[in-house]
Design a protein around this ligand. Structure first.
Ligand SMILES: *[C@@H]1O[C@H](CO)[C@@H](O)[C@H](O)[C@H]1NC(C)=O
Length: 498
């Protein structure tokens, strides 16, 4: 008979997907598991490990049992330049299939590692549906990790079940999603393309859906006060367990060194950095933070509209901008001049590339943000309680907008009408007036803005409580770890069947 203390040393392997927006929350979640005594190994490739390794080193030096197992990405074999192994805004379109191919080549190696490392549980990003079979073979639990909201999973499920989106006449006619805890409306144009017509991505989503059903459970970077009603919906829809374990960024990154060195940032953002000096010179709640995440690019026509709206608004701003590689030169001139003007007037601060978002968001000067509704950003802005202008673009962003604007009522929609692929410009250009109007609604001192701000602050308090002893995410984590330990014990004693 194996005694319970032998099950205490529990090994959990985390396998993130190779895109920055999936890696960051999963690594934070892995770090939280290690904080609570779990032996954690993160498997990824060298280039992707570079995104987060410093945090792991710091945690290791804090005495936690956490490490990265680094694999060599088969760049040569798939015909890619060394170092191109992550999906982000700079990934050239024609290289994407090769990156997928490289990942597929690594699969047998990863499979072998699960066995060699004697994992007790695999936490796998949704984009590795094959891990469900491996876990079954090894007789261990597989937990699916979504870098998305619970609501978005519920929405997709309910649309597949009831197909209300197929019962309207036009792509821009509203339909209601039935069977959800709230009455939410959308149009077909706002749905991902694979939900409108079948394509290869839809096939992958079906595999992911199947793998979710066969998983032991699902983990989300969310918390009960944020999406509790949808946790219940998920459990019923998929017939598995479901734990909200967030906000993981708040939980895992508790000091300045954690916050500033997170993600791709190449710059050290100490107290004396230009950016923080600029922010600290601004009045409370006076600055708008504008960011569209790590995958987005806009055509020049859209940049012009945003620039105009920002310059003519009565608020200061920080805008995180990405270079376009589009019609090169054209954008550059426009943006350079814009940057020069707003720098001179001290009205705006442009950040090219990756921004130390956690540090910016928690600065007292920030009053609201404009967001593409990427899930990480929504959760991070909730940590600090900011109202939002929502501007969904691709992936599950339009579902997330519903949560922010209709369910939680902490945001104003810019009125985006059309879903696009992450690597396409799309055909929609949101006009300066629309942008300006939405900015005014969240930044100006009206009653509505004030109420939104209060609700957002309330959720921020809830977020902070969720990860403390007695909080919902804290309780979920402890319960999940205990459950996995007891399953390990059963397995060691030959009693378990997964
Ligand atoms: C996804 O899984 C759920 C739960 O098993 C099921 O009800 C649904 O039909 C599946 N959807 C697809 C498209 O396979």
């Amino acid at each position: 008979m194996v005694m319970s203390h032998e099950a205490n040393n529990m090994k959990v392997i985390f396998l993130p997907f190779i895109s920055t927006s999936h890696i960051i929350p999963m690594v934070d979640m892995a770090r939280v598991f290690a904080m609570y005594g779990v032996d954690v190994t993160i498997i990824t490739t060298k280039g992707n490990a570079a995104i987060f390794q410093k945090s792991i080193d710091r945690d290791f030096n804090r005495g936690r049992s956490i490490k990265t197992h680094v694999l060599e990405f088969p760049a040569k074999q798939v015909g890619l330049p060394v170092g191109v192994e992550t999906f982000n805004a700079d990934t050239p379109l024609d290289m994407s299939p090769k990156i997928y191919y490289g990942l597929a080549i690594l699969q047998p190696q990863i499979e072998k590692l699960f066995e060699e490392l004697e994992a007790d549980c695999i936490v796998s990003d949704m984009f590795h549906p094959w891990t469900v079979g491996v876990a079954a073979k090894l007789g261990i639990q597989r937990i699916i990790f979504y870098a998305a909201s619970v609501l978005s999973r519920s929405a997709v499920h309910t649309l597949e079940q009831h197909a209300t989106h197929t019962r309207v006449d036009h792509d821009s006619e509203k339909f209601t999603m039935v069977g959800l805890p709230h009455k939410l409306e959308m149009t077909r144009l706002q749905l991902p393309d694979w939900m409108r017509k079948s394509n290869a991505y839809g096939q992958l989503m079906k595999m992911i859906n199947d793998s979710a059903t066969k998983s032991y459970g699902a983990v989300f970077n969310s918390f009960h006060d944020f999406e509790g009603a949808y946790e219940e919906h998920y459990k019923n829809a998929f017939g598995t367990k479901c734990w909200s374990l967030g906000p993981v960024s708040l939980w895992a990154n508790q000091d300045v060194s954690d916050k500033s060195e997170r993600g791709d940032t190449k710059v050290e953002e100490g107290e004396d950095s230009d950016l923080l000096k600029w922010l600290n010179s601004k009045k409370e709640n006076s600055v708008l933070y504008v960011s569209f995440g790590s995958l987005n690019k806009f055509p020049l026509s859209q940049l012009v509209e945003i620039a105009h709206a920002l310059e003519t608004s009565s608020h200061d701003f920080i805008w995180v901008v990405r270079k376009n590689n589009d019609k090169e030169g054209e954008d550059e001139g426009f943006m350079e001049e814009f940057e020069k003007r707003v720098k001179e007037s001290n009205k705006g601060y442009l950040i090219w590339g990756w921004a130390p978002q956690l540090l910016i968001l928690e600065n007292q000067a920030i009053g609201a943000m404009v967001t593409h509704c990427g899930w990480n950003t929504i959760v991070e802005s909730m940590n600090v309680g900011l109202p939002m202008v929502t501007w969904p673009l691709f992936a599950e962003h339009f579902f997330n907008e519903k949560l922010v604007v209709d369910v939680l009522r902490i945001g104003v929609s810019v009125g985006a009408k059309e879903w696009r692929n992450w690597n396409e410009f799309g055909s929609e250009v949101v006009k300066r007036d629309e942008i300006g109007k939405a900015i005014g609604l969240v930044m100006e001192n009206g009653k509505e803005a004030e109420e939104m701000r209060l609700r957002a602050k309330g959720l921020s308090d809830d977020a902070k409580k969720a990860i403390l002893v007695g909080g919902s995410s804290h309780a979920n984590l402890i319960q999940l770890i205990e459950e996995l330990k007891s399953l390990k014990l059963q397995r060691l004693n030959g009693l378990c069947c997964c």
